[in-house]
Design a protein around this ligand. Structure first.
Ligand SMILES: Cc1ncc(COP(=O)(O)O)c(C=O)c1O
Length: 462
């Protein structure tokens, strides 16, 4: 069979030898990272100078005094001051595989030695074909129709593309529905979808969005009735003007608030009766429930017209049905993703679907149960300091000091100093502290250690 020059290159024994050497060196050095440790006093001064330099050049200080050294070991990451911390926020939900994962590094090496830095829509290498097939196949395995996959570079861009597809299909309808307190990104368009005033302060208005109250676990039927009534009211006010409904089925940035199948189905029924497209924003929920896609977890397969993914998928993408195919010219991008990123995305997604992570007794659920049990125990001992846990699967949250915002912030910073990365979510009066753990690298003992640090941190605060 005819072979390309590339076949010869990628199978050259010298590449295999080079990878072997890299793995040996990585294993040897990464294994020195064995647990949380404080900063090295000798690095303190240079680290502070580095932090200042970054703050000066980027126009503002970082939220945490975090600059990674470039190596870690599973859920543990080394910072440039020599300290080691548990990374339970993973770049707000990206490093599913933890740090210095040999499989991910191997995948990236293939990308790193390929001909260019970047793939774009005019010129893509063969790895893209395999990735598109994997994502499409997994998305449609229970009968969903979102078989077309358009790769892009951020969650906000994947969402922009979703909105464009839907507006074009539903022209001249020019409004959208979204959930109250949703997060959709920060482009000029998405800043008007994300339900947070501070994120669009001073920006010209780009989109008209009508907000629907999100599902409330304590009031199942009441929240369904209220949401359906709110939708119908807006449809009466703006007849025929709603193009789509962006559904963030688990609200991540708001603090891991979880939706419900019956609730979504009731809203989707109204969408169907009024020619409104259903867009599921899975940028944060992808690979964090019992299924690869949260729409599969909620059994909404037959209803999804458009879906966006990001974060855990390592590349971002917009998936859509044949019925929602855009006209030529609507979408294209110079950057779809680097070769290393595309190779890593295939490795990570393929590992998730084949590696025992999904399902009612998969690793995601097992880790969730362990985390929940630990946090419940701490909450029972400190009912005034910790409430919860909340969330689902690999989206775990809690509230500290009754959701007080400044205290929650102070807690996350103290927790960081004590060795665990978390992040705040939501806002007054329901601020939460949430965790997006590196599922591929986390074992139950890591969760126990993280929870011991949470408990210690709480004990240090009044
Ligand atoms: C649900 C959701 N949509 C969109 C985005 C935007 O993604 P990005 O920050 O990659 O642009 C996020 C990011 O947190 C998100 O959680």
């Amino acid at each position: 069979m005819a072979k390309t020059v590339a076949d010869g290159f990628f199978n050259d024994p010298r590449l295999a030898q080079a990878k072997k050497l890299i793995h040996e060196a990585l294993g040897e050095h990464s294994s020195k990272i064995t647990g949380v440790r404080p900063a090295d006093p000798e690095l303190k001064e240079s680290y502070q100078a580095l932090l200042k330099k970054v703050a000066d050049y980027r126009g503002g200080a970082l939220f945490y005094n975090y600059l990674g050294s470039g190596i870690g070991n599973g859920p543990l990451v080394e910072l440039a001051d020599g300290s080691v911390k548990y990374d339970f926020i993973t770049g707000i939900g990206v490093h599913y595989m933890g740090h210095s994962h040999p499989g991910v590094i191997e995948a990236q090496l293939k990308g790193a030695v390929s001909n260019t830095v970047m793939n774009g829509h005019l010129q893509q290498n063969t790895d893209t074909a395999a990735l598109l097939e994997l994502i499409s196949h997994e998305a449609c395995k229970y009968g969903a129709g979102v078989k077309n996959v358009f790769i892009s570079t951020s969650g906000a861009m994947a969402n922009e593309n979703a909105f464009k597809i839907i507006f074009q299909k539903r022209f001249p309808a020019n409004r959208f529905f979204a959930f109250e307190k949703c997060f959709a990104g920060r482009t000029l368009g998405m800043a008007w979808v994300t339900d947070k005033a501070a994120y669009r302060q001073g920006l010209p208005k780009t989109l008209d969005v009508d907000y629907i109250p999100f599902y409330c676990e304590g009031d199942h039927q009441g929240s369904i009735n209220a949401a359906v009534a709110a939708m119908k009211k807006q449809i009466t006010r703006f007849p025929g003007m709603h193009a789509g409904f962006v559904m963030e089925v688990i609200q991540g940035e708001n603090g891991s608030w979880v939706g419900n199948t019956e609730y979504f189905e009731a809203l989707i029924k109204v969408c169907r009766e009024n020619n409104i497209s259903v867009f599921i924003d899975e940028v944060q929920s992808f690979a964090r429930t019992t299924e690869l896609f949260a729409f599969q977890h909620f059994k909404l397969d037959k209803h999804a017209d458009v879906v966006a993914i990001g974060k855990n998928s390592q590349v971002c993408a917009t998936l859509f049905t044949d019925d929602h195919k855009p006209k030529p010219g609507l979408m294209s991008q110079t950057f779809t993703g680097s070769a290393a990123q595309i190779a890593a995305a295939y490795y990570v997604i393929n590992s998730i679907v084949t590696g025992g992570y999904l399902g009612a007794d998969g690793k995601i659920e097992r880790l969730h149960r362990r985390f929940k049990a630990n946090l419940e125990r701490i909450s029972n001992k400190n009912p005034d300091k910790l409430k919860g846990p909340f969330g689902i699967g690999a989206m775990v949250a809690m509230s500290v000091f009754n959701g007080d915002e400044p205290k929650s912030k102070a807690f996350t910073i103290k927790l960081f100093e004590n060795g665990v990365l978390s992040f705040m979510a939501g806002g007054h009066p329901t601020t939460r502290v949430r965790f997006l753990m590196p599922v591929m690298a986390t074992e139950e003992r890591h969760i126990d250690e993280v929870c011991a640090i949470i408990e210690k941190t709480l004990s240090e605060m009044d």
